[in-house]
Design a protein around this ligand. Structure first.
Ligand SMILES: C[S@@+](CC[C@H](N)C(=O)[O-])C[C@H]1O[C@@H](n2cnc3c(N)ncnc32)[C@H](O)[C@@H]1O
Length: 228
């Protein structure tokens, strides 16, 4: 069954968009889009045969195999430039997503929308997006199966000014669901407190300036939390 995370991702696709789902695995996103009739032409690709077989199986079970163009290959390699206007890349590391976009340079002028869900490395991915002709137009933060997932939707547009806080938390992500955001910040605070505790309990020395950096980070998180 499709997860809340995948549903949220799929719901960012507009009617008539021509979509590439990179790293599709089970093919749940194309299935959801077809079943919800957004009139999308769908291409779904994966680097590996196993996941592509999963997608084939799921699509066959639903009688939808003819509706999705399944392709094998890395990143945007299996696509012709101009063939898709929207790309979904979810469930991979931010660095890999960034590499896929960088290596897919010849596709960039045709892509209007990026729907991304990095598992980590989110800050550097946001930096890349904002420095490469896209604006972050929507965001989500959700907690599912004990994991926080950050979703970034970016569209072609004029340069969006940003600061370090935007790189870490986006522009509006934390305001969407303050309760989830508070838990997200608590998790970040606990992570730093644990690092400090571990270093100290192992008897390793930590410079005063490093300690101050950690303290400032925690203070910053509390300040962000207070605004929610
Ligand atoms: C964890 S799964 C995520 C599946 C789905 N997108 C989701 O979010 O539930 C990652 C998928 O990406 C595929 N993958 C990894 N590197 C890739 C690449 N460079 N190009 C295309 N697919 C890739 C893997 O084979 C795997 O099926």
């Amino acid at each position: 069954m499709i997860s809340e995370r995948l549903k949220i991702l799929a719901n960012y696709v507009n009617k008539n968009d021509v979509v590439g789902d990179i790293g599709t695995d089970h093919g749940f996103i194309p299935i959801y889009l077809i079943e919800n009739k957004k009139n999308n032409r769908m291409i779904a690709s994966d680097l590996n045969e196993g996941p592509l077989d999963n997608a084939k199986k799921e699509l066959s079970l639903k009688g939808l195999l003819d509706e999705v163009d399944l392709r094998i290959g890395s990143g945007l390699d299996p696509y012709k430039p101009g063939e898709i206007d929207t790309v979904i890349i979810a469930g991979m590391g931010g660095n890999l997503i960034r590499t896929i976009l960088i290596e897919g340079k010849k596709h960039m002028e045709y892509l209007n929308k990026l729907i991304l869900q990095p598992m980590h490395g989110v800050e550097e991915l946001r930096r890349w997006i904002l420095n490469n002709g896209f604006r972050i137009t929507d965001e989500d933060l959700l907690f599912e199966n004990n994991i926080f997932y950050e979703i970034i939707v970016a569209e072609k547009g004029e340069k969006q000014e940003y600061d370090e806080t935007n790189l870490e938390f986006g522009f509006n992500m934390l305001n969407k669901n303050p309760e989830v955001s508070k838990s997200f910040l608590d998790m970040k605070i606990q992570k730093i407190e644990k690092i400090v505790e571990d270093i100290e309990s192992h008897g390793s020395s930590m410079s005063q300036s490093r300690k101050e950096q950690f303290k400032d980070r925690i203070k910053h998180y509390y300040e962000v939390r207070k605004c929610l």
